[in-house]
Design a protein around this ligand. Structure first.
Ligand SMILES: *[C@@H]1O[C@H](CO)[C@@H](O)[C@H](O)[C@H]1NC(C)=O
Ligand SMILES: *[C@@H]1O[C@H](CO)[C@@H](O)[C@H](O)[C@H]1NC(C)=O
Ligand SMILES: *[C@@H]1O[C@H](CO)[C@@H](O)[C@H](O)[C@H]1NC(C)=O
Length: 259
């Protein structure tokens, strides 16, 4: 009995290892032929259909659900003098909420240069988690730790990457390997900040400081934006590289027409 069970487990493992060698795109995600006359339009069309599937997560491809997207730490380390905002700020256990409403605006793929980019907009993204801050904003000192809510209205993202094709699987098939990436980040409408418990929870000081931070949200976004963008960019790159670890280049951009 035990012997049979062990054999069954081994057999299943063997199948799992075998299927992890080369796989098609997850079901519901359609590839575009690399000979498509308008590859960008095809990728945009198929990309829009793929987003809700990717958001739900596909565990067998190493993709967890990503709304909320959990990021263990985002750090802003900037005690530099002479700037308007000089903050040491650590955010921990950050849940990024709102990605489900993402809309893909454009995609551009250059297969010969091995570069691609896509732009998207998200009506509202909130970051919930714990913060620990000390420093100053304009002339005002800031100090405290507690729960935070940073909410960004009409967030625009542009993710660009360079890749090479590398034979990463045991099957010797080429896979996309991201070698450089960059994320531009713009808050089109407004940002809201709520840092609970500033100054050990001293009520009026904490409230007034939060009012002040919100009045100066543009300066705050300038400071907080780049590290948040970097964390998001790392997450997106991981999602893409987990997907491309499973799926060879030829199954993402096949040579033959896609029915
Ligand atoms: C990518 O896969 C690794 C393990 O292969 C896993 O630890 C990680 O959570 C995955 N990340 C994403 C964002 O898919
Ligand atoms: C906040 O950061 C300061 C300075 O790095 C550290 O001394 C303190 O223990 C931190 N507090 C919390 C609650 O993490
Ligand atoms: C976070 O902040 C936004 C903007 O102020 C607010 O609408 C939302 O209710 C807050 N969320 C929570 C859970 O406090």
């Amino acid at each position: 009995m035990e012997f049979t069970l062990r054999r069954a487990v081994l057999l299943l493992l063997a199948i799992a290892v075998h299927t992890s060698l080369a796989r098609r795109l997850p079901s519901g995600i359609t590839p575009c032929s690399r000979n498509e006359p308008d590859l960008n339009a095809c990728a945009l069309r198929n990309g829009r259909l793929a987003i809700p599937i990717l958001l739900k997560g596909i565990p067998s491809y190493g993709l967890p659900p990503f709304d909320p997207l959990r990021i263990s730490e985002i750090r802003i380390d900037d005690p530099s003098s002479g700037r308007q905002v000089a903050l040491d700020l650590t955010m921990r256990d950050v849940d990024i909420v709102g990605l489900r409403d993402i809309s893909l605006d454009s995609i551009s793929i250059d297969l010969s240069r091995k570069q691609a980019s896509w732009s998207c907009s998200i009506p509202r993204v909130s970051l919930f988690g714990n913060y620990n801050a000390s420093g100053r904003v304009l002339l005002l000192p800031i100090k405290g730790f507690g729960k935070m809510n940073i909410t960004l209205d009409d967030l625009r993202l542009k993710y660009k990457f360079d890749y090479n094709l590398a034979q990463r699987g045991k099957d010797g098939l080429e896979r996309i390997n991201v070698i450089d990436n960059n994320l531009e980040f713009e808050v089109k409408q407004r940002a809201y900040l709520d840092l609970e418990n500033l100054f050990n929870g001293e009520r009026s000081l904490s409230d007034n400081t939060n009012v002040f931070l919100n009045e100066n949200w543009r300066e705050m976004v300038q400071e907080l934006g780049p590290p948040i963008a970097q964390a998001l960019s790392a997450a997106v790159t991981q999602i893409m590289s987990n997907l491309s670890k499973s799926v060879p280049f030829n199954d993402i951009f096949p040579d033959t027409p896609v029915a």
